[in-house]
Design a protein. Structure first.
Length: 140
């Protein structure tokens, strides 16, 4: 089984098991993983694990769906959709993608891409409609 598929299946396990699935997830990462997303950067598997634990503890709804996987040798791209509800906040849906670099069957680099603005606005009543109204004159 490819590492990208193993990662996807392990992440989906978090939907059912929550924090209990994190041990399996962390086994897929190299100890020196560089993990980057639009809000933060983590260096080292212990920091990535702490980040995931924090997210899960501050959520009361978390569901990750894998949309597609493409991989070749030591790189992979995963498109995903996350539905989550923070303990203090509104439910949100975030569409994103992750780029992975693999060495010796471990993930050594992960770059996540997602749109913070529209995912945040999607949680607000009429948020997307207001955003589209403001942007339409600019983009035509």
């Amino acid at each position: 089984m490819s590492l990208a598929i193993a990662l996807s299946q392990t992440c989906l396990g978090i939907n059912d098991k929550g924090e209990a699935a994190l041990d399996d997830l962390m086994k897929l990462y190299d100890d020196g993983i560089l993990w980057v997303d639009p809000m933060q950067t983590h260096l080292g598997v212990q920091h990535v694990e702490a980040f995931y634990r924090n997210v899960l503890r501050r959520s009361h709804g978390f569901k990750l769906s894998i949309v597609s996987i493409a991989e070749d040798k030591d790189v992979a791209h995963i498109a995903w959709r996350l539905h989550w509800t923070p303990r203090l906040g509104l439910a949100q849906t975030v569409d994103g993608a992750s780029f992975l670099r693999v060495k010796d069957d471990k993930i050594i680099f992960q770059q996540n891409y997602f749109d913070l603005l529209t995912s945040g606005l999607s949680a607000l009543p009429f948020g997307n409609a207001v955003f589209q109204t403001l942007v339409k004159p600019v983009i035509g």
